[in-house]
Design a protein around this ligand. Sequence first.
Ligand code: ADP
Length: 631
Amino acid sequence: MSSSVEKHVFQAEVNEVLSLVVNSLYSHREVFLRELISNAADAIDLLNFRALTDHHLLGDDQELRIELVRDEQARTLTIRDNGIGMSRDELIANLGTIARSGSKKLMQSLTAEQKKDLSLIGQFGVGFYSAFLVADSVTVTSRKAGSDEVWTWQSEAKGDFEIRPGERRGRGTDVVLHLKEEAKDYAEQWPVREVVRKYSDYVRWPIRMEVERTEGDAKQTEWQTLNSARALWTRPKAELTDAQYQEFYKSLSHDWHEPLAWTHWKVEGTQELAGLLFLPAVAPFDLVERRKGGVRLFVKRVFIMDDAQEIAPEWLRFLRGVVDSEDLPLNVSREILQKDATTRFIKKQVVGKTLSLLEELAGEGETEREVDGEKKKVRRYELFWDEFGRVLKEGVYHDLESRDRLAALLRFHSSAADGWHGLKDYAGRMPAEQKSIYFVAADSLPAAKASPHIEALRKRGYEVLLMTDPIDEWIVDALREFDGKPFVSAAKGALDLPATDAEKQAKEEKQKHFGPVLERVQKALDAHVKTVRVTDRLTDSPACLVSDEHGISAHQERVLRDAGHALPDKKRILELNPDHAVVKKLLAMDDEAQLADWAALLHDQALLAEGALPPDPAAFGRRVAALMGRL
Ligand code: ADP
């Protein structure tokens, strides 16, 4: 019936993901079996869930299972499941396009050179296309549960695939791998057994295979279950090895990397709950925009839903894992979940256990780990922070109850030393007379380090947190204080540094001494600044601009403008350093036009030091040139 064969070309990005999978995983090709078995198990989970409300779906094919069928002569291995199956359109969409729009966008944005970077595989996940690691042709025949139609998808991964009517007895899917010559071992009993034992032992559905047995002289075959078929999370921790957890994680997430850490727990009592949650080592590229999480909800071992946001908040969307409740009804829907008190209990547990895991990691010293192919001494918490800190911070905003625990988990750069610093360490290093936690925000770390606003703080030996993530200032605004010590922006309000009476008096005298000059500068800059005053914030620079103590900082304003918000211009305070030679010269200047020029230059310099542009860059250039011409 060649007339009913339709040819389809793969979406361009599929070819790219396909070649990425095949090239990067070549030396680990046995992972194909884990991936295909995990797809089969998911398909059975889905069927099992639907069958809760639609008993007819099971029909007389009640024993849910995965079968591996080998044919050494034909050199094929078939992964068969009696799960949910795929319709014609689903075969085309699921196996011919990349559904995840993020993956497609990323592929499109990469250059040809970047696409050769095999480490990218970690960001895409492995999945169905790994079949082509061992097969030069793959045939998928599927019957969707509840349907009479059977369709066959076939491809040699050469840019296209075929769809035609197929034949198959019950519902479910057969993935037939026509093995490459060098992979023909996978049609033999022992290699297949070995791979299942290694990668898929914990799969919660039986994986069955026909095996040969010799009894006396007679050779017999019989169906055997190759795995222990007990959901991993229900087993006692003491029984499980790290390798088993790692394999479970990989099959759950399709991630190629080992997880960074995990937590496995049970709650017993009025509520019964088991959870196994993983922190991935590498963030997916679309983590920040992505709103979905990766915690699967099970009820009494029955899969209920993926990405259950009701049980894991958005700010924990990097988590992967499962939660299995004994108390929710099996026919639970999103609507019920949203209202149910059990859900709130589960969410609390998920948040609490994750925070405990993070706290444990944060308290851990350096360990040896492979980073970018090299063995390095690292802190696991810092690896986590580099990948996911950006998302965790959102929790400070969204989860009042966890705020204090989250605050202790935040990490910042600091003027004290390179690397990440926690607030507890900062507080521990504060000199006795220092009352506040100081911070400055800028577009980059060098800009923050060089900020004039922190000159005097540094000179006094006060540490300053250097913030470069646009969200950081909002985070500390929300926190207000840590351990009773208020956060103070070095670029806002009066710094109110602890001062002796003599110092206070000296400052007042300077303000008086400079009074008339300050007024003249103010007049010259009236369009741009609100007030001009002397400062004790500066040691080396002549001037800086500061915002009012209340309201958002100039850096926050810039971040908002860059994000497209229209904000009214807000005048700031110009602070002059009374000990600076240039500022002292103003005292003796009687030409008003010259003073206005100098005032404008001081103002523009202060802006430049923040990484902002002067209001009239051309005028700034002219003034500098004129000044140079006078030498
Ligand atoms: P992922 O599992 O990460 O979504 P895959 O490339 O492995 O990506 O699979 C793509 C999709 O094809 C799956 O999401 C699923 O909808 C469908 N699929 C794959 N294998 C099966 C199967 N055995 N039964 C039913 N659907 C399947």
